[in-house]
Design a protein around this ligand. Sequence first.
Ligand code: GLN
Length: 279
Amino acid sequence: MTGIAQALRQAAEQLRTSDTPQLDAEVLLMHVLGKPRSYLHAWPETQLDTQQLAAFKTLVDQRASGQPVAYLTGKREFWSLDLDVNANTLIPRPDTELLVEQALEKLPADRPLHILDAGTGSGAIALALANERPHWTVFASDRSLPSLAVARNNAIRLKLDNVYFFAADWCRAMASHMFDALISNPPYIAEQDSHLGEGDVRFEPRSALAAGADGLDDLRRLTGEASRILRPGAQILLEHGFEQAEDVSRLLENNRFTDIGSARDLAGHERVSYARKPA
Ligand code: GLN
């Protein structure tokens, strides 16, 4: 017989090479039991039945082999929204909340704006904005049909009906002068970056992470294509690598954007750059 506390102890030991063994073990057991963390701590002696124990062991083994916790539970929280994720979508990062924060700060809340989240993945950015700003109409695109299916399901489950999903290769084939803002967390890691071979990132879609020799291929395309689909005076906000702010600012400048600036993430790195299309 194995109790909750004992199962967690053994799992944390097995997961000791993770950065967060205890947390991983707790999240996986919460998932198996369908209970909140408070339950695990309130009932440490409660025995797991054979099925629960077997399910937990399978998940812990998978985690021990490197699988991200978010793919094992199929869930990740972003901007206080519970999102479904799977191996077709990037796992939303806390850093990307800065992009949402900046968009909310820079765009008028009460006007019926048309906003584009290009490369939406699980829908994280689009859904956070749609939830915060019921007066906005949020459009969310992705080239990956499986990721659009995940994003659309998230919208339905969260009952957000001011967001529309469509397949697109960045801005190609979109109508001109459609949007008051373009927001994107594109792939921006250099193809040879050793980071791509480490930890959770190994299991995420390469197409959502890597972007050419210098990591700027998709940012080049986006900054080049954006102006055509944006209305005069529209805002563009882009997430990028912690050393790419200067490059992205230059790309924005070369494409005649004005009022260019950058904002810092929780670690103090310039992580989001923004600009305006001249009115
Ligand atoms: N910030 C992510 C990472 O470093 C990458 C996300 C992205 O490429 N948009 O893993």
